[in-house]
Structures are given as C-alpha cells and as structure tokens.
Ligand binder design. Structure first.
Ligand code: NAD
Length: 321
C-alpha cells in the first residue's frame, strides 16, 4: 500500500510523512522544491519506505510518469495533496503563481488519479477560502466563501474540482480547511519572518500593520493528528472540516512580543498602520470547529500555546539545536 504526498518536501508534509511511515505505509513524496527542502526528509529516508521524486505537480505528463514509476512497485491507495503556493503576497503580485501551483496542481493530480484509478484524496485547503468574516465564528456548513486573495480563490476552485471528481471516480475526498499552522521546520509565516527581521536588526522589530490583527493558530502536531483522525473516521464520500482551536486566537502584537522575548529581549517593536499586513490579509478570524469536536477530536494546544511552543521550537531549529 502506497500513499503519494504532493508538496512532500514542505513544512506540513514533512510532519505528516513520518506519521504515515509509522503506520507501515510506503510514501512517495513529490515536490518541485520551489519552497520545500529535500533535506527535511533526510532523517526519514533510512526507514526504506520513503521515496522522493522531484517533479512539478502541475505538469500532467510528469505526474503520470511518477505514478507509472510508483505503480510498477505498488498500488497507490491515497493521495495527500499538499502542493500549493504558500506565499499569499506572491500570488497577489502575480496571479499565475496561484493558478499554477495551487489550482493546476490540483487539476493535474485529479486527472492522473482518475487515469490510475486512485480513489482517495486528502486535500490541504485553507481558511483563506472564506474571506473576511470579522468576529463571526466561521462554520464550514454555513459561512459563505468570498476569498479576498488569489490563493484563497484557487483553494476554493480546487475544492470545487475535487467535489466534482467525487461524482466521477473518487470514492472519498477529505477536505481539510487549515487555519494558520505553526511549528518546525518553519520556512514561511509570521514567526520565521519576525525571527529573520530581528536577526538582521536586533534593536528593532518592524511589524506590518498595527498589530491588532487577531487569528487562530494551530500547532502542526495537532494538525497532523486531526488529518489522520478524519482520514480514519470519515464515512461520507465528501467531507469538509475546519481544523483548529475554537478560541479567539492571538494578536500579531502577542506573536511579536513572544518572538522578541525569545530572540532579542529589550528590542523595540514598531507597528505600522492599518489592520492588515498585506493585500489579501484578513484582520480577524475565528473558527467554529464544532463538527470536528462532535466527531471526537480537539487540539491539545490553544492558539496561545501553539504560538509559544512554535516560537521556542523554531528558535531552537534556527540555532541548530
Ligand atoms: N502553513 C499554513 O499555515 C497553511 C494554512 C492553510 C493551508 N495550508 C496548505 O497546506 C499545504 C502545505 O503548506 P505548507 O505550509 O507546508 O507550505 P510549504 O510551502 O512548506 O509546502 C508546499 C510544498 O509544495 C511545493 N510545491 C509548490 N508548487 C509545486 C508544484 N507546482 N509542484 C510540486 N510541488 C510544489 C513546495 O515546494 C512546497 O514544498 C499547502 O497546500 C498550503 O496551501 C498551509
């Protein structure tokens, strides 16, 4: 039994893959390394059941060749589709980035899955599909989806394409709507940005926006536990789950202070203006996760606990300890 993980050298994939290997599953990690790092997988390679293939998952022919290579050795039962552009501002500057890396990777993956009769997909979607709902807790069953970034738009389009595929060949599609996910190994996101800025100028931390933006954060270990839990429990052909803590989230000010205290205590934090860090940013965001709680899963860490732990982990990672 083999699983394919697209975006397999990325931050979240390299937390998922060891958990799949622990279950005795053979894993094929596919990534074009536009953002992921091959070395994230090095420590799991010695288990002998992990292979890495360097390909662009928006390229159907390349994906087909990869599936051919895998199926010569074993049957693929599941695809964890994690490949995407994870840099929201990059997609605002150039919409073709999200078209190609976020949507066309989904499209090509589904086409090739149909050809090879692979019938289970688990998809890394995002809270970005909802857009700006201010303080209202967002339920996956009732909230309208009006994305305000190209990234969110292409995630929503991907969900739609997956939903349509359930009518033709998929037996099961699990759509996971992640909030902001934090933890090691960090390659992008607010914590690593702040650490990088403080390493460059230890006296001052410049923050985009006024610091009042407030969002939910989930630690990557909780995220992986929820993804596996849903994949194990889901009965319906199509499931859609918000995954996250149900708290009020934490502010950017809190994150800046936590990073400052860990990296350069005493440095000045200078906030910008306005309630958004960049175009496509959502100033406030709160999840309703009752559906997942009713199934029996809750995170171990709150948003505050997730950020505190991730900052400590990432600072250690950065110092090579
Ligand atoms: N980290 C978060 O907070 C968060 C939140 C919501 C959703 N997500 C989603 O979870 C998934 C994983 O995110 P992540 O944080 O690990 O990001 P990441 O950038 O570390 O991982 C994505 C991986 O996809 C790869 N990739 C991109 N385009 C590709 C292509 N055309 N072909 C092959 N590989 C390609 C990148 O090289 C990278 O390794 C993504 O789909 C992302 O949109 C992440």
């Amino acid at each position: 039994m083999a699983h394919v993980v697209t975006g397999g050298a990325g931050f979240i994939a390299c937390n998922l893959i060891p958990r799949l290997l622990e279950r005795g599953i053979t894993v094929y990690a596919l990534d074009n390394l536009v953002r992921g790092r091959r070395e994230f997988l090095d420590s799991f390679m010695d288990k002998g059941r992990l292979r890495f293939l360097s390909i662009d998952c928006s390229d159907k022919a390349a994906l087909r060749r990869a599936f051919e290579q895998v199926t010569r050795e074993e049957a693929i039962t599941d695809v964890w589709h994690l490949a995407a552009n994870s840099d929201i501002p990059a997609g605002v500057a150039d919409p073709t980035v999200d078209l190609k890396d976020t949507f066309l990777t989904t499209f090509a993956t589904l086409v090739v899955m149909a050809e090879f009769e692979v019938r289970r997909i688990h998809f890394a979607s995002s809270s970005a599909i909802y857009g700006d709902h201010s303080d209202v807790p967002i339920s996956e069953n009732t909230a309208p989806c009006f994305p305000i970034s190209n990234y969110g738009a292409m995630k929503l389009a991907s969900e739609a394409q997956i939903s349509a595929a359930v009518e033709t060949f998929l037996d099961q599609a699990n759509i996971f709507r992640f909030p902001n996910v934090v933890g090691p190994p960090a390659t992008h996101g607010v914590i690593i940005d702040f650490i990088g800025k403080l390493r460059a100028t230890p006296d001052v931390l410049d923050v985009l926006g006024n610091g009042a933006q407030q969002k939910s954060y989930l630690h990557v270990e909780d995220l992986i536990s929820a993804m596996l839990f849903i994949a194990d429990q889901a009965q319906e052909p199509r499931t859609v789950f918000n995954i996250g803590p149900e708290d009020f989230g934490v502010t950017v000010r809190f994150i800046a202070e936590t990073v400052r205290d860990a990296v350069a205590p005493g440095s000045e934090i200078r906030f910008g203006e306005g309630d958004r860090g960049w175009v496509g940013d959502v100033p406030r965001f709160r999840y309703d996760c009752k559906q997942l709680a009713a199934l029996g899963w809750r995170p171990n860490l709150t948003s505050e606990g997730a950020v505190r732990r991730a900052v400590a982990d990432i600072v250690r990672q950065e110092l090579g300890r």
